[in-house]
Design a protein around this ligand. Sequence first.
Ligand SMILES: O=C(O)CC1=CCC(=O)O1
Length: 94
Amino acid sequence: MLFAVTMRVSLPTDLDPAVRDDILAREKAYSQELQRAGKWPHIWRIAGQYANLSIFDVDTNEELHQLLWNLPLFPYLSVDIQPLAEHPSDIRPS
Ligand SMILES: O=C(O)CC1=CCC(=O)O1
């Protein structure tokens, strides 16, 4: 099951810089682990925003929820999820 997930990051301006750096380092490691596992096949920066557009490939809605819930940045994210279906005009073999 494919999902397009938009994550908008809003870190408190008064967050301790060391805490911020630790969260961002753990976020990057977690994201790259899921990318290597094929669960997070795409991540794109939304130009001009502290936000990304990601594609997740998961087996269930609950798996997606757990992957997102475990993001170190989760407390500072606003998340929007769109389920994806094949488009009938797509020329790629499915
Ligand atoms: O910077 C972001 O868009 C938030 C984020 C998600 C995974 C990651 O490494 O950073």
